[in-house]
Design a protein around this ligand. Structure first.
Ligand code: DOR
Ligand code: ZN
Length: 344
């Protein structure tokens, strides 16, 4: 039995750090585990310019604990009228690692998102030319499409044509939740990859209704049926380089989650590695964890692998019911549970 597991320092390829007091509260959890993270731009207002991204990056660096060794990788929030020159300039200056496509109104702070990808043809052409990664929240938003079908319908209506029309564009389908997504990515050319969250390989949609309404199990894309969870798990542990770690840790104050219109988002940053690793262990795939957490992402993004390592031991981690965040508090993923691994 392996009692400890040491892997190259991992990265988080999809993260919400927020701003202000929330940023200060959540950043140390990520910086303790990960060397780099792709930081989502859905602030209010969204990060749409090089200047805004630089300023946000400065605020992140200022909020880092003194001994931290962490690099935020910034993203641009795509809008219908975003200027391709601004995106390309940000990438050229080393500010924008990627650009993020939120379909308008798909999720938190996506009101300024894209109403029709046809509006972005020039942007995608430019990104394709310069080798810049496009991160996609892959859900349609039309009211006539059932919320549990929104990812599969997005793949059919939007993603398939996009991959066909921009064959050299590097695309990350974020936080995949369905058999259809896992299959689509596996079958696509090497330009297409996916991130996988801890929650989508841990819970199915029953978690939302277990003994009552469970706002802390609510995120977008929403968890799906059990067979989808199983398919996404298989993808995560498959060893295929197209699948890599992206927590989508999305903190909201406890009071904003436990409300008559609770915010979407699961705050999984504090014990993300422990959560993922438990799944790899259950799947008999401990030997594939390092590639998923530390190798596939940087290779897809064309970035160097990290130096250094982290070690987890097979020991209990008790997850607190709440964690402080400024004047408020946060409920972490797995609150009140005991996980089988412990990050040293
Ligand atoms: O659950 C989610 N929360 N999904 C998203 O896409 C956004 C995120 C957030 O920013 O809260
Ligand atoms: Zn997200």
């Amino acid at each position: 039995m392996t009692e400890t597991l040491t892997i190259r320092r991992p990265d988080d390829w999809h993260l919400h750090l927020r701003d202000g007091a929330m940023l200060e509260a959540v950043l140390p959890y990520t910086a303790r585990q990960f060397a780099r993270a792709i930081v989502m731009p859905n602030l209010s207002p969204p990060v749409t310019t090089v200047e805004a991204a630089k300023a946000y990056r400065d605020r992140i660096m200022a909020a880092l604990p003194e001994d931290a060794d962490f690099t935020p990788l910034m993203t641009a929030y795509l809008t219908d009228d975003i200027d391709p020159d601004e995106i390309a300039r940000g990438h050229g200056e080393g500010v924008f690692t990627a650009a993020k496509l939120y379909p308008a109104n798909a999720t938190t702070n996506s009101a300024h998102g894209v109403t029709d990808v046809a509006n972005l043809t020039a942007v995608f052409e430019r990104m394709q030319d310069i080798g810049m990664v496009l991160c996609i929240h892959g859900e349609v938003t039309s009211g006539d499409v059932d919320i549990f079908d929104r990812e599969a319908v997005f793949i059919e209506r939007t993603l398939e044509p996009l991959v066909r029309d921009f064959p050299a564009l590097k695309i990350v389908l974020e936080h995949i939740t369905t058999t259809e997504a896992a299959q689509f990515v596996a079958d696509s050319p090497d330009t297409v990859a996916a991130t996988i969250t801890p929650q989508h390989i841990r819970i199915n949609r029953n978690a939302l209704f277990a003994g009552g309404l469970r706002p802390h199990a609510y995120c977008l894309p929403v968890a799906k049926r059990e067979h989808h969870r199983v398919a996404v798990r298989k993808a995560a542990v498959s060893g295929l380089p197209k699948f890599f770690l992206g927590t989508d840790s999305a903190p909201h104050d406890k009071s904003a989650k436990e409300s008559d219109c609770g915010c979407a988002g699961i705050f999984n940053a504090p014990f993300a590695l422990e959560s993922y690793l438990g799944v790899f262990e259950e799947e008999g795939a401990l030997d594939r964890f390092e590639a998923f957490a530390s190798e596939h992402g940087p290779r897809f993004y064309g970035l160097p692998l990290n130096k250094g390592s982290v070690t987890l031991e097979r020991a209990a981690t008790d997850v607190p019911e709440t964690l402080p965040a400024g004047e408020e508090s946060l409920v972490p993923f797995h609150a009140g549970e005991t996980l089988r691994w412990h990050l040293l």
